[in-house]
Design a protein. Sequence first.
Length: 173
Amino acid sequence: MTPKTKQHETPKQPEVQPQPAPTPAPAPAPTPVAAAVVPTPANKQTATFDKLKAAWAARGIDTTKITIVPDGKFAVVTVGEGWPEIRIGVGGGIDLPAIKSYPKAFEAAVEGDKLLAKQNGRTAKAATPATPTVVTVKATVVPDQAKAADAVTPAQKKKQADAQLEAKLQQQA
């Protein structure tokens, strides 16, 4: 038996047909833009900062002294003297590391100076040592208490019994 050999056929190449020339698409008509369109913020950080800035302006805070320092992940906002540091995350979340607790971060950021002052007041109050108060008590003796004071303790009774026993032994000797 001899092995069969495979005969290789060369694949046929398809014929190239000419393609029709593409027709240019009609240009889209320009859409009219309304004059009152407000540009949207580029990201959530700036949107949150814009909301905070508007709330501070409504509260009467001078917004010209506000500084923003990008920290890579956070935008660190400093409003002014007496304000806590406010960190705005990439997703628009607000964090106030100097404030221990707050129910809502946005409202805490708007009222940050008041919350920090209140917290510092509590901390200072807790840090001051309490002054000892001197209480004077007048001792009044009630007849029932006088009897209780005259009562003899068991140790004193034993001492008296021992003393009596010693006296008897001394007399017998």
